[in-house]
Design a protein around this ligand. Sequence first.
Ligand code: UD1
Ligand code: UDP
Length: 444
Amino acid sequence: MEENKEPIVIVAGTRPEIIKLTPVIENLEKLNMNYLLVWSGQHYDYELCKIFFEEFKIPEPRINLNVGSGTHAEEVAKTMLRLEKVLMKHKPSIVIAEGDTNTVVAAALTATKLNIPFAHVEAGLRSYDMTMPEEINRKIADAISDICFAPTELAAINLMHEGIPRNRIYVTGNTIIDVVLKYKDKAYKKGLELINKLNLEQQNYLLVTVHRQENTDNSERLLRIFKALEKLSEYYPIVIPMHPRTLNRLKEYRFYGKLINMKNFVMLKPLGYSSFLGLLMHARVVLTDSGGVQEEAFTLKVPTITLRYNTERPETVLLGANTLVGAEYQEIISQTLKKAAKYREIRRKLEKVSNPLGDGRAGVRIAKILSNIIEKTEVKEFDSRDDPYITYTIVDNITNIDERYVVSYYNEEVATLNKKQAKKALIRAPLSYIRKLIRIFKKY
Ligand code: UD1
Ligand code: UDP
């Protein structure tokens, strides 16, 4: 017998989503929870979706919305139209999605407009760059989520600064760490096999992934990156499992012909999980614009060059693993060579740092929280009909606050997660509750 009759609907549609949701799915299964996996079809190539269902041994989704590629509006709108029908038919207790893709924002909007609670995994990451489609998607998803699973304390603080009530936020760790820890031994061996096959040496090649819109859809930027890689290939062999978006653009910009004839340059199809992770862990340096790869590289202590001007994973930069170089020709070359020369030292330093991104138990935590919430059916904090006058106030004496109403704790101007350290709290509550609070404070 399943624990819950109404299913949890899990929506995914791209490569990183299925990778990062796998630990949640596995743990919901362990708890015998009834779930329904819906694939939007934003990614459809074998190498971007099916390969992961096979490797992770997750049953293929029963429902595929077959949305395919398109403009942002097309991908979001088609997902919403098709998902709405599914949600109306299956009447889920909750809808969950992970990350910052068009599939995720569409899932959040569709669920919340049907008044179905929405839970966002990997909430609170911010690049503060609104030209990135991912930043738009994650801000919208977080703002309308009933439950925010923040991977780190920093992510939780970002949410609190945006006025998301504290009781909607759970700090769980990032599920990618669960996946890395589970697959790293298999990946080690797979990586060695691949390296042998490709005639490479351990820690003596550069691994590259590029696919973000801001890099691929700007010909000058993409060509600067690839010309920098051409220069770097004079020093180290370059391996690049190529995202189809990048491949298409390189053909359009007439660089592809040159690339296939370049010496010291290994171009591959997108790889399965343990093959990719294997190539990552044996690389001297990874160059990437991917979010997930920055997290994996940090976890595996691989020096990282991020081909972006910002990152929503600042912990990796602050702790010395990651350097932002944007799409600048000289920077890419000089910073990569610097990291490549010092890679042993960087790895040694990172051995001593505990991983702020997670401990490998995010999936267990998320599944448990979901099952508790569903059992208690307590997703909504209060019925605003009881008191429609919702207001905000800052209070100094935090000991008497009903935790349900706390948006953020503050220490001077700094938002903190810790009530003991905090001096003030921002609360969002019905007027009647705030009146009650004022009466309590007057006694002191
Ligand atoms: C999407 C996400 C991005 C995420 C990436 C993961 C958005 C806005 N972007 O980017 O945040 O990092 O997935 O990989 O949601 N294509 C294929 N085969 C496929 C899928 C795509 O050939 O199976 C090609 C098509 O030409 C398509 C292009 O890639 O037009 C872009 O696909 P799309 O899903 O729109 O964005 P991604 O770049 O994959
Ligand atoms: N990945 C993979 N095969 C590849 C390249 C990447 O399995 O050839 C994995 C990688 O390990 C990481 C995820 O894909 O877990 C990252 O996805 P992507 O870079 O497409 O998206 P982002 O993380 O930038 O949203």
